[in-house]
Design a protein around this ligand. Structure first.
Ligand SMILES: NC(=O)CC[C@H](N)C(=O)O
Length: 365
């Protein structure tokens, strides 16, 4: 097979030449890397990666194809993929197709045969930045640069209202004993599966739904979802979370939901140098003293000093690699949240107890 060429251009001028994978064309966004050894389809369909170019550090991608059930949303909204060794051929008895066909049918342009180790070391030292992948601008660097400049900056970018559901929908068993209103900022399906399997009937609401509308369904508790973009650009959501807290009903937030809970009580968020994305990030639970190996995907974080000096906030979890805050709880409300992903799809199941804690909190309330 003759491979078609593609180029990857980073905002700092660094260029990588490789082979086109997926859809011929041009796409891009903020470049980030995920160190997970498995789970590429779950990663590519996680709405939190909307508008991002994902570099996978595991060197073989595509070799187990795609599976219709292993998705975190209906279709990927990523800005492209960068891989080392790509396989159009897949070996899996129950696979539903090749990753190549999946990328093409979803209009995603990617690049393969890249020295991803070199690229990741570059991002790790230079920090997050935009990048563009193209099969159309061979030998036309100026044209490629012009495309790169059109990409939005992740700082100050609001994306949740674009990726969330347009209409409310239900998930789980209607007769389940607990009703949870889930605010969809880009929710991963495995969060809903984890809630439903614990006896929760979920109603998922678009990001911009008011508390009054959600209350007409009389939920027992609220869930604040993960999602893409900069939490500091989401004033509308911060206001809703304040309203939700005023009900005194239990609240659980994951990742973006955690950042929004923090913002709602006056804790600021900041853009990290290059974020945390992978499935082996060590977290310490400060209450039990136990550590958890966790799944992570975030480029923003909450300001530790704000959390520490806040009279009503307790830091519950810390990231053991860099001491960033990984979880909080409120002392005056039944509300808690984590920066990482207990639904872990992909990833280890160490933190699934947080869903049980949420159910226990609801039952206690
Ligand atoms: N997974 C998420 O919810 C990500 C939250 C936010 N967009 C961040 O990058 O930090």
């Amino acid at each position: 097979m003759i491979k078609k060429k593609a180029t990857l251009l980073l905002a700092d001028g660094t260029i990588f030449h490789g082979s086109l994978i997926g859809n011929p064309g041009t796409n891009g966004g903020e470049i980030c890397f995920n160190t997970g050894m498995t789970g590429y389809q779950e990663i590519y369909t996680d709405p939190s990666y909307t508008g991002q170019v994902i570099v996978t550090t595991t060197s073989h991608i595509g070799n187990y194809g795609v599976h219709n059930e292993e998705v975190e949303s209906d279709h990927p909204t990523i800005g492209g993929i960068v891989v080392n060794s790509f396989s159009e051929i897949y070996s899996r008895l129950d696979g539903h197709g090749s990753l190549q066909d999946y990328l093409v049918s979803n209009g995603i342009t990617g690049i393969a045969d890249i020295d991803t180790r070199k690229l990741v070391r570059h991002i790790r030292s230079q920090g997050a930045m935009n990048a563009i992948i193209s099969s159309e601008y061979e030998g036309d660097l100026e044209g490629l640069k012009a495309e790169l400049e059109k990409l939005p900056d992740m700082n100050g970018l609001e994306l949740s209202s674009q990726v969330c559901t347009k209409e409310p929908y239900f998930f789980g068993n209607e007769d389940a004993p607990i009703r949870v209103a889930c605010l969809d900022f880009g929710i991963k399906k495995n969060i809903l599966r984890n809630l439903a399997s614990r006896g929760v009937y979920c109603k998922v609401f678009p990001a911009k739904t008011s508390l009054a509308e959600m209350e007409t369904w009389a939920p027992d508790a609220y869930f604040l979802s993960n999602g893409p973009g900069d939490p500091a650009a989401m004033d509308y959501a911060v206001e809703t979370v304040k309203d939700v807290l005023a009900t005194n009903k239990p609240v659980f937030g994951i990742c973006l939901g955690h950042q929004l809970l923090a913002e709602a009580v006056g804790i600021s968020t900041f853009k990290m140098h290059h974020g945390h994305r992978g499935i082996n990030h060590p977290i310490k639970n400060l209450f039990t003293g136990k550590s958890e190996i966790t799944s992570q995907n975030h480029g923003f974080n909450i300001v530790r000093e704000d959390a520490e000096k806040h009279a009503e906030v307790e830091i519950t979890h810390v990231h053991l690699n860099d001491n960033t805050v990984a979880g909080i709880k409120l002392n005056n409300k039944p509300a808690f949240s984590v920066q990482y992903h207990p639904e872990s799809s992909p990833g280890p199941h160490d933190s699934r107890y947080l869903f049980d804690d949420f159910i226990a909190l609801i039952n206690k309330n």
